[in-house]
Design a protein around this ligand. Structure first.
Ligand code: NAI
Length: 329
């Protein structure tokens, strides 16, 4: 099976190369280029393409892949909200993903953001490097004894619930389908989770229903000095409303691994460029906001699991028995 990988970085190649030996008859070609309707044509002669989370898998791209005879899109990630599912169906292309690779990779990053904004680690690091040993502006709060509100308690949210419970927090949650294994969690309606939590962490997928679920009216319901963490998808939060809330001094801290405009920047080094978006620039200007560039998944364990499952997906498809739970469409 010949697979063309788009938008690869050295760490992708390293992870896949070290797993490839376990799979016979799989050939990989790595490209730096992102996929679009033009570059998709490079897939002629390949059985499958392998794409990452920010790839814009629109109808024209899928049409071009279909014309090249590609039958399989392998998403080397869990999220698939950028894939036009109707178009994939129309062009007879199967889409497979890696639904679970290491929930702890993401929940630990959510915790890292929560700790960092709470104790102002981003500011403390810079201050001490500048010989400023003053503690002014660095007051945080104990998480112990406070309330964590987890929105979405699937694989990652459940891991976050366990971590917060381990810290001695009271854990409340909102999910359309409560997770019965979390017997220490109290499920409440969304508004109550918003109004009772000291730390709110988002872990539900982006759907029509969850789009902008955190808008200004949701922010108004939150406690003053709440900490808000989003490692799920940027568009769960209305960024302009978030900025309004930050300006109204609602938040002790905001930690974002994902944000609405990340598609334009994510995984790229733009240090010599001028940001085209004033919304992201404004977000970056606040002292109580930490933004990371979609790195929640980025641990050695997660990369190894992603490459193994992606190649298992490819081989299972070739054998005519694609792994059912990994099929998106
Ligand atoms: P999952 O499918 O195991 O859990 C999602 C949970 O959200 C489920 O329990 C579901 O019932 C719940 N849910 C669905 N619609 C809801 C709604 N309207 N309101 C409340 N809850 C709702 O997914 P998993 O693996 O836990 O991933 C969660 C999200 O994390 C993914 O959708 C993805 O967006 C994000 N993610 C972020 C990564 C990063 O690097 N920052 C990496 C991997 C995933």
């Amino acid at each position: 099976m010949k697979i063309l990988f788009f938008d690869t970085k050295p760490y992708d190649r390293e992870a896949f190369d070290s797993t490839l030996g376990e799979f016979e008859n799989v050939e990989i070609t790595y490209l730096d280029a992102e996929i679009n309707p033009q570059t998709a044509r490079l897939a002629k002669g390949y059985d499958a393409v392998c794409l990452f989370v920010a790839a814009d898998v629109c109808e024209n791209t899928l049409a071009a892949l279909g014309e090249c005879g590609v039958k399989l899109v392998l998403m080397r990630c869990a999220g698939f909200n950028n894939v036009n599912m109707d178009a994939a169906k129309k062009f007879g292309i199967t889409v497979m993903r890696v639904p679970s690779y290491s929930p702890e990779a993401i929940s630990e990053h959510a915790l890292a953001l929560a700790f960092a904004v709470n104790r102002h680690i981003h500011k403390a690091y810079i201050k001490v490097r500048e010989n400023n040993f003053s503690l002014m502006g660095l007051t945080g709060m104990n998480f112990y004894g406070k309330t964590a509100g987890i929105i979405g308690t699937g694989k990652i949210g459940a891991s976050m619930c366990r971590a917060c419970h381990g810290l001695g927090m009271k854990v409340i949650a909102y999910d359309k389908y409560p997770n019965p294994s979390l017997d220490f969690v109290t499920y409440l309606p969304l508004d109550e989770v918003l109004s009772k939590s000291d730390l709110i962490s988002l872990h539900c997928p982006l759907t029509d229903e969850t789009y902008h679920m955190i808008d200004f009216s949701a922010i108004e319901k939150m406690k003053d000095n709440v900490i808000l963490i989003n490692t799920s998808r940027g568009a769960l939060i209305d960024t302009n409303d978030l900025i309004r809330g930050i300006r109204a001094h609602k938040f002790a801290g905001v930690g974002l691994d994902v944000y609405e405009e990340e598609g334009d920047f994510v995984f790229e080094n733009l240090e010599d460029d001028i940001l085209s978006s004033s919304v992201t620039a404004r977000l970056l200007s606040f002292p109580n906001v930490i933004v990371t560039s979609h790195q929640g998944f980025f641990t050695k364990e997660a990369l190894a699991a992603i490459s193994r499952t992606t190649l298992e997906n490819a081989v299972s498809f070739e054998r005519g028995a694609p792994i059912k739970e990994n099929i998106v469409i």
